[in-house]
Design a binder for this molecule. Structure first.
Ligand SMILES: C[S@@+](CC[C@H](N)C(=O)[O-])C[C@H]1O[C@@H](n2cnc3c(N)ncnc32)[C@H](O)[C@@H]1O
Length: 373
């Protein structure tokens, strides 16, 4: 796999920002998604998936509605009310999500290998609801949990402190040594913030949770903004897959199922694991957010090793290169859209159904929206 470029930016009827009052999450950024390939994925989905057609109609309506700006402003104003409210809200939000997730998909229970207790890696733990469920489902399990320091806008954790969970507070995107970079380019503005190795080569986990996402209060994080969001996603994927035991499970928070980067990523995992998608019905409903659960991941297969190398290369470009170079990077050059759709299209249309439907059902509840005919 290699890196190639695209100049155009995505012009999609994007979703309504915000899901409900106090939604702490950042408005999604369409500029992250390469347009060229998405242009081919979209017509395919529009043709094959009635659920996606309905959702596209709803999103279009949302963007055209004169009430939209006022609605979004109110949502964001409420979300910015106070840090205390935000933390409490995110904790409640994530606990509800975790319970529903656990009930709907038995993803947190680890398939044990031999008699060793399961080990769990949480790449962005706080507040910690998903990890709490994972620890509950695996009595005796040990966890290593990374979290953004509170001084950078990270959250306090809700996970009860016990000997089984080691917590490490750091900015995930500065893990240069883990991303195989020992030399920081001279004069880099954040030289002193790059981090030494946190996970030694060959250290493997049975379950990896990649639920990190840039939230609005993370403006103090070096390299925040759009690039920060890409670096959070890429770092989690690279280190998550690298340190996953063959046959293990990885859970990844994703957005915008209709875009090339996301579809391509799911396809990559489809080749090396059993993939399921899950969108909670209680949270995240009006957003394009959902989870991918990949089980029995063949993490040592050449495709997996190549993917980790590619993500590390993208991290280096996103971290050290100019905005222009960074904007040109996409995930996979070798796989063409045609090959993807031929090989994975029918499966994708099946996997997607519930995700589109949940979002459309939720958008229809926005006061000024009408159900598509
Ligand atoms: C959706 S929350 C995770 C919720 C958590 N999994 C739970 O179950 O409660 C997203 C997390 O990503 C973290 N995050 C965002 N950017 C980060 C970064 N650069 N380094 C580390 N964590 C980051 C946020 O601070 C937040 O804790």
């Amino acid at each position: 796999m290699a890196v190639h470029s695209t100049q155009a930016q995505l012009k999609l009827p994007a979703l309504l920002p915000g899901s409900k009052l106090n939604d702490p999450h950042q408005t999604e950024d369409p500029a992250k998604y390469p347009a060229e390939e998405s242009k081919y994925v979209l017509p395919y989905l529009l043709e094959k998936s009635p659920e996606f057609r309905d959702l596209s109609d709803m999103r279009q309506q949302g963007w055209e509605a004169p009430e939209r700006n006022e609605y979004s402003t109110n949502v964001l104003r409420s979300a910015d009310e106070s840090d205390e409210n935000k933390a409490a809200y995110l904790h409640k939000f994530m606990s509800t999500t975790a319970r529903e997730f656990d009930k709907a998909i038995n993803a947190f229970k680890v398939q044990r290998v031999g008699s060793t207790p399961p080990v769990i890696l949480d790449m962005c733990m706080a507040p910690g609801a998903l990890l709490e469920i994972a620890l509950k489902r695996n009595p005796g399990a040990r966890a290593l949990a990374f979290s953004l320091p509170v001084s950078y806008g990270g959250y306090k954790t809700s996970v009860a402190s016990n000997l089984n969970t080691k917590r490490v507070f750091l900015d995930l995107t500065m893990r240069a040594a883990d991303m195989d970079v020992d030399q920081i380019p001279e004069g880099h503005e954040n030289t002193e913030n790059f981090l030494p190795l946190q996970l030694e080569e060959g250290r493997l986990f049975d379950l990896v949770i990649c639920d990190g996402q840039v939230l609005r209060q993370h403006s103090s994080v070096p390299h925040g903004g759009n690039r920060g969001a890409r670096r959070v996603a890429i770092t989690q994927l690279a280190l998550g897959l690298q340190h996953l035991r063959p046959g293990g499970t990885i859970i990844v928070l994703l957005h915008r199922l209709e875009t090339w980067n996301t579809v391509n990523l799911i396809w990559e995992f489809h080749k090396i694991s059993s993939v399921r998608l899950f969108k909670p019905k209680s949270c995240y409903t009006k957003r394009s957010t959902f989870y991918m659960v990949a089980t029995n991941v063949e993490s040592q297969r050449p495709e997996a090793i190549e993917a980790v190398k590619l993500w590390k290369r993208i991290w280096r470009i996103a971290t050290f290169s100019s905005n222009e170079e960074c904007g040109k990077v996409v995930l996979d050059e070798e796989s063409s859209v045609e090959t993807l759709l031929e090989d994975f299209g029918p499966e994708l249309a099946k996997l997607d159904k519930a995700i589109w439907k949940t979002e459309a059902d939720s958008l229809v509840k926005v006061p000024f929206m009408k159900k598509p005919k």
